[in-house]
Design a protein around this ligand. Structure first.
Ligand code: C5P
Length: 235
């Protein structure tokens, strides 16, 4: 997808597949902008929680969508494309990475009006010279015409192990059993929802990273991307 002279490279896949890390590395490699669309859903989940919306049953989906439209957020990247993420001016980078907020994110993500509200916000990230868009529906919905689409996956066990390590690195103690069952539940919610379910785009390059190190996956992605961009004559 060429938008405002920018090239879009999409990376979709389930949580814990290594998408986030690889998307940031690709963005540094190409000097592109980075969209962490999961962070948008996480921010919305957190904002809905703070607004007390999850205390009501059934969830007021219009109110959540209204919140999505007015969400005051900032993504400020450093030179390694690590994002400082702010909600209403407050740094919430660590808070939104918790499993609890991940679960809230996947609950607001099933609401069609919410996904619609976040479409424009996501497309606005496509600025020159290019964008690496990381998520679940980047290649299937948000940037359907992107010239480079990658679908990154790994077995549930490999992903849960990585997630436990990542949380431990942040000083958060996590049990493998809990993480694995949360991850399987979230995968199911993401794959079985009727709107923008998690699935590879027909034209996506699929990589299973269960038994491949991150540097090798990065090389595979760069090789594929360069080839695609050359073919599309836009590199
Ligand atoms: O990628 P991350 O784990 O941060 O995403 C959190 C949740 O946000 C996902 O489980 C999914 O429900 C939702 N999401 C989505 N579409 C995206 C990105 C994330 O529905 N493009």
């Amino acid at each position: 997808m060429m938008m405002k002279n920018s090239v879009v490279i999409t990376i979709d896949g389930p949580s814990g597949s290594g998408k986030g890390t690889l998307a940031a590395k690709l963005a540094v490699h190409y000097g592109f902008h980075l969209l962490d669309s999961g962070a948008l859903y996480r921010l919305l989940g957190l904002a809905a929680e703070q607004a007390g919306l999850f205390a009501q049953t059934p969830l007021d989906t219009h109110a959540v969508a209204e919140l999505a439209r007015g969400l005051d957020i900032e993504f400020i990247p450093d030179e390694q494309q690590r994002l400082s993420i702010r909600l209403n001016g407050q740094d919430v980078g660590d808070t939104i990475r918790t499993e609890a907020v991940g679960a809230l994110a996947s609950k607001v993500a099933v609401i069609p009006e919410v996904r619609e509200a976040l479409l424009c916000r996501q497309r606005d990230f496509a600025q020159a010279p290019g964008l690496i868009a990381d998520g679940r529906d980047m290649g299937t919905v948000v940037f359907m015409d992107a010239p480079v689409k990658i679908y990154l996956t790994a077995s549930a066990e490999a992903r849960a192990t990585r997630r436990v390590r990542q949380l431990q690195g942040m000083g958060i103690n996590a049990s493998m059993d809990d993480i694995l069952s949360d991850l399987v539940a979230r995968d199911r919610r993401d794959m079985e929802r009727t709107i923008a379910p998690l699935k590879p785009a027909d034209d996506a390059y699929q990589i299973d990273s269960s038994a491949i190190g991150i540097d090798d996956v990065l090389s595979m992605m760069i090789e594929y991307t360069d080839r695609q961009l050359e073919q599309a004559q836009i590199s």
